[in-house]
Write a protein that binds this ligand. Structure first.
Ligand SMILES: Cc1cc2nc3c(=O)[nH]c(=O)nc-3n(C[C@H](O)[C@H](O)[C@H](O)COP(=O)(O)OP(=O)(O)OC[C@H]3O[C@@H](n4cnc5c(N)ncnc54)[C@H](O)[C@@H]3O)c2cc1C
Ligand SMILES: NC(=O)c1ccc[n+]([C@@H]2O[C@H](COP(=O)([O-])OP(=O)(O)OC[C@H]3O[C@@H](n4cnc5c(N)ncnc54)[C@H](O)[C@@H]3O)[C@@H](O)[C@H]2O)c1
Length: 439
């Protein structure tokens, strides 16, 4: 039987961060991956998406500057895909080389627990580790309506060799909205079907109320309270039937109806690890119901959003905890998030609803007339929540919201005051140099 100090299942942001951290601390480490080395973010999530988004940004900028820079640009979808693929193809190779270069044992297989500390691989190899870290992430949840097998996933969308003329996206979360924005601006007609009224649940309603009309004006066909009853192949197209009896033909259906914890095949019950569809049950030390098995990243039901920086943060905490650098429970800073549509929306810290309960100041800003936004033709707005002379929360809609929000992340975390800002000399004219105006 092979033995390691630490066994890590999953090679995404969480798994690789734990692997490098434990190896640096001198432990023997094995990591297991059953699909693509490097995980979701780099291979079929954030990074390939952002490469595509950046090409769409150029087109969007041209649209915003059409008076000053007349003429029409169009997206060459296969060329965008080729650029994206070049990055994606290199990533697993780089990940594997990095792991093996650090003397981390790598196994391309699904390990199955046969007791509390030992797994078996499909070829019969048994591997024991003193500590296990489960970092298997989440995988797309397939809807259950008739013909759901005709619906494709986010991974298929990011690999589309050509752009279909008409795309239907089912769901109203991050993925649905980002992909709707990409495909519509790239030249497709997009229909977004959301089964209730709630788009981007968890985001400030005022942001969503501004985003939907903006995307509608770009041509996205939002259909709320619309549930799919069935999908049926009709020649080269797909016939969509909704539960209220409407039918229409489309070229491609993407299901963006959420993701579930990737725990299939691990036999966690045998290892005494409890989980549900939200993820693996963990305590404040990210410890599962088996004291020698921990979980981090999307698969851990830690009550945090499923985002790459959160996975990395949890992994770094685990490295410190497992190496005795901390005995405290994990303590998260404020967690920012953005939806990479056109425009972007982003938020961090105290929400409007929470501010109202706590009696904090809520100030709205129409940024479109501020010099830095005006020069970019950016119809931006922000809401800033303040308490005791400090910024405790912010939300904004802007072409640059994903970048600007990080300025607020720092201001909230470091409890920056107006006085602190005036002591800094920032480059001008930039969005960040406006920070003082928000106090
Ligand atoms: C389309 C899309 C866009 C996204 N965009 C963003 C974004 O812009 N910003 C952001 O912060 N987050 C984004 N996310 C979320 C982000 O990708 C995840 O939060 C992040 O990847 C979580 O990292 P992880 O290490 O927990 O899991 P993952 O990266 O999912 O890694 C888990 C790994 O475990 C492997 N695995 C699963 N089961 C087993 C098994 N039984 N045996 C062996 N290996 C296994 C998987 O194949 C995978 O490689 C996006 C996600 C998607 C799907
Ligand atoms: N910019 C980012 O940071 C980013 C981008 C993409 C994904 N992500 C991460 O990935 C996760 C998964 O994204 P997602 O968009 O798949 O999930 P999500 O949980 O954000 O949204 C799922 C959506 O599908 C809807 N839905 C569920 N079942 C449905 C059904 N049967 N029919 C129609 N609609 C249905 C839900 O109401 C919800 O609107 C996100 O929660 C986020 O953590 C982050």
């Amino acid at each position: 039987m092979l033995k390691y100090d630490v066994g890590i299942i999953g090679s995404g942001s969480a798994g690789t961060t734990v692997a490098y951290g434990m190896r640096t601390a001198g432990k023997s480490v094995a990591i297991f991956e059953d699909y693509i080395w490097g995980g979701t973010c780099a291979n079929m999530g954030c990074d390939p998406k952002k490469i595509i988004v950046n090409s769409i940004d150029v087109l969007r900028q041209a649209q915003l500057f059409q008076k000053e820079v007349p003429g029409q640009l169009k997206i060459d979808w296969p060329a965008v895909m080729a650029k994206k693929q070049k990055y994606v193809d290199a990533h697993p190779v780089r990940t594997l080389a990095g792991l093996t270069g650090d003397d981390i044992a790598t196994y391309h297989a699904i390990p199955r627990f046969i007791n509390a500390d030992t797994v078996v691989l499909p070829d019969g190899t048994q591997i024991q580790a003193n500590t296990w870290v489960l970092a298997t992430g989440k995988r797309p949840t397939r809807p259950t309506f008739t013909g759901a097998q005709l619906a494709e996933t986010s991974e298929d969308f990011l690999n589309m060799p050509t752009l279909p003329a008409d795309i239907t996206i089912v769901g109203g979360g991050y993925i649905a909205v980002e992909f709707a924005s990409i495909a519509q601006l790239a030249g497709a007609q997009v229909h977004l079907l959301q089964h209730n009224q709630h788009l981007l649940r968890g985001f400030e309603p005022w942001l969503v109320d501004k985003l939907v009309p903006e995307m509608t004006a770009q041509g996205v066909d939002f259909q709320f309270d619309t549930e799919v009853a069935s999908l049926k192949k009709q020649a080269d197209r797909i016939l969509v039937t909704t539960t209220d009896g409407r039918t229409f033909l489309t070229d491609k259906v993407i299901a963006a109806t959420g993701r579930h914890a990737a725990v299939e095949g691990l036999d966690l019950a045998t290892a005494g690890v409890e989980f549900d569809s939200q993820g693996i049950k963990v305590n404040g030390h990210l410890q599962t119901t088996n004291p020698n098995i921990f979980a981090a990243g999307d698969v851990a039901n830690s009550g945090t959003p499923n985002l790459t920086p959160v996975a990395g943060y949890e992994a770094r905490y685990l490295v410190d905890f497992l190496n005795g650098q901390t005995a405290a429970e994990i303590n998260y800073p404020v967690i920012s998030s953005a939806v990479y549509g056109h425009p972007r929306i982003a938020q961090v810290g105290v929400s409007t609803a929470e501010a109202k309960i706590k009696g904090y100041d809520v100030t709205d800003y129409d940024l479109s007339s501020w010099f830095n936004y005006m020069r970019l033709n950016d119809q931006a707005s922000a809401r800033v929540i303040k308490h005791d002379g400090k910024i405790v929360g912010a939300s904004l809609i802007s072409e640059q919201a994903d970048e600007i929000i990080n300025m607020f992340v720092t201001a909230v975390n470091s409890e920056t005051t107006a006085d602190d800002v005036t002591k800094q000399i920032m480059t001008y004219p930039t969005m960040e140099s406006d920070l003082g105006y928000f106090y």
